[in-house]
Design a protein around this ligand. Structure first.
Ligand SMILES: [Zn+2]
Length: 119
């Protein structure tokens, strides 16, 4: 699962996987446009600190990982299909992802081979 430093980055990824979302704790529904806008507002009001990050499930659900372990799923996909979402974050030991472009990079790499961002 990829890590994202801001909710907006996570939302940009999520909208490539799903077209509609719902808030995990209410029935409120969001389309891709409203999801991106609420993510931008959230980042401005409550930016994640250094130890926290957002994750996106394969189906497009967005979770917040405050301590690097437990995932608090914020947005679920609006497809009606309940995904099996993990409650714990498990870093993939083999593949890391560039925080800028999302390209997979080998563990220990100092720069992203795709966009050149220092890691
Ligand atoms: Zn990159």
């Amino acid at each position: 699962m990829e890590q994202f430093n801001t909710m907006l980055e996570a939302a940009v990824c999520a909208v490539t996987r799903c077209g509609s979302f719902r808030f995990a704790t209410s029935d409120e529904k969001y389309d891709t446009k409203s999801l991106l806008s609420i993510a931008g507002v959230s980042d401005a009001e409550t930016p994640a600190d250094e130890d926290s990050f957002y994750v996106v499930s394969p189906g497009g659900a967005i979770g917040f990982c405050e301590d690097g372990r437990d995932i608090d799923w914020l947005f679920l996909t609006g497809s009606g299909i309940d995904e099996d979402l993990p409650a714990r974050y498990q870093a993939d030991p083999q593949i890391n992802f560039c925080p800028k472009c999302g390209n997979s990079v080998v563990p220990g790499a100092r720069f992203c081979g795709q966009c050149g961002k220092a890691l």
